[in-house]
Design a protein around this ligand. Structure first.
Ligand SMILES: NC(=O)c1ccc[n+]([C@@H]2O[C@H](COP(=O)([O-])OP(=O)(O)OC[C@H]3O[C@@H](n4cnc5c(N)ncnc54)[C@H](O)[C@@H]3O)[C@@H](O)[C@H]2O)c1
Length: 338
């Protein structure tokens, strides 16, 4: 099988979750890594046998890459994605697509025009728990989803924000707890409900952080055209990262799930459950709260690049959740007086 030639742009904390799959999967080989901080690019490149660059333009110009993984601060995602797409290189971008809606939509259109694949990481969709619930919903086993709710209470204190020059800023990160942490649980509900959003009502606040101005708390109600009402609550002022929890109250079942486990209690008395498998050893250096499903999504993206499968989480698909996130910010920022 032809091996895809892969480059990674951004060699910070998440890059290991991309470098390992690019190296170990049979579909790919990691050819180059790029970071404006030379030591970071050199360290990742040396560890995984790739060439280090400090300019992504130079890397794309020299390496005949089939795909790049974008692991950059949020405000750079679409700038770099568009550059790669213009040069005929497939793109797999970390979430979120962008810090605004327009640039994300423009990138989707550009990828379609240039016939280049543009994927967006939402690795939690590949958790066994989420897969079980999605499949039950698609098969009609849940009936109508009447209500959904999600909660996230995590810890991202001033020390966490102090370690980054872009996290916790409106311009470079695009927000706080919603765009960075709760985006995954909001995406899971949005994907499973699978209907157009009719109305977003929400409020946001910074209740406990001194060193950043972005929201650290948000709650709201999303009403879908199919009638589902989804309430979400998230905050990163908690003392630890508690497991996220999503509940669905459906016509034919009640569902409780998170990243690790899912339980479906059908009205007829039967149950179904799913649990995460362990694959932590592949990801030495990764964080538990990232989950361990990057490799599944990355392999799916590679197989799509090779023409073996349809791309599952395309930019067009991810744009549905991105639009919702942007709408949450539009209303949430007004509630903060911004
Ligand atoms: N999917 C997940 O669960 C998950 C988890 C963590 C982070 N992420 C995402 O991964 C992305 C990166 O996050 P991180 O925590 O690794 O951030 P980070 O700050 O640790 O890493 C970003 C890197 O990009 C580099 N960089 C900045 N500008 C550059 C440029 N012009 N060219 C090349 N390199 C440049 C920085 O020097 C830094 O090393 C973000 O989008 C974040 O939301 C996703």
């Amino acid at each position: 099988m032809k091996k895809l030639r892969i480059g990674i742009i951004g060699c910070g904390r998440i890059s290991v979750m991309h470098a390992v799959p690019a190296t170990v999967l049979e579909e790919s080989m990691l050819v180059a890594c790029c970071d404006i901080v030379a030591e970071r690019a050199e360290e990742l490149a040396a560890k995984y046998g790739a060439k280090a660059y400090t300019s992504y333009e130079k890397m794309i110009g020299e390496c005949s890459l089939d795909a790049v993984h974008i692991c950059l601060p949020h405000y750079l995602h679409t700038v770099v994605a568009q550059y790669a797409i213009m040069h005929g290189v497939n793109v797999l971008s970390e979430k979120p697509m962008s810090v605004d809606y327009e640039s994300a939509a423009k990138t989707v259109a550009l990828a379609e025009e240039k016939k280049v694949l543009y994927g967006v990481i939402f690795q939690c969709r590949y958790n066994n728990s989420a897969q079980l619930v999605k499949k039950a919903a698609v098969a009609g086993k849940l009936g109508k989803i009447i209500s959904a709710r999600s909660t996230l209470t995590w810890k991202r204190d001033d020390e966490y924000y102090g370690e980054s020059d872009w996290k916790g800023t409106w311009d470079k990160e695009g927000g706080g707890v919603v765009i960075d942490q709760a985006i995954h649980s909001i995406d899971l509900v949005n994907w499973i409900v699978n209907s157009e959003v009719e109305k977003v009502s929400c409020s946001m606040a910074n209740r406990g952080h001194q060193c950043v101005k972005v929201e650290d708390s948000a709650e709201g109600l999303i009403t879908y055209k199919n009638g589902t009402r989804y309430g979400f609550y998230c905050m990163n002022n908690y003392g630890c990262d508690e497991p996220i929890e999503i509940r669905l109250f459906c016509e034919k079942a009640k569902v409780v799930f998170g990243y690790d486990d899912a339980y479906i209690y059908y009205n007829d008395g039967t149950t179904e459950e799913a649990h995460q498998d362990e694959c932590k050893e592949v990801y030495e250096g990764g964080k538990d709260y990232w989950g361990f499903q990057h490799i599944r999504q990355i392999r799916q993206f590679y197989r799509a690049c090779l023409g073996l499968e349809e791309l599952e989480i395309s930019g067009k698909e991810a744009l549905k959740t991105h639009k919702l996130i942007c709408d949450i910010y539009k209303i949430g920022k007004e509630s903060m007086g911004l």
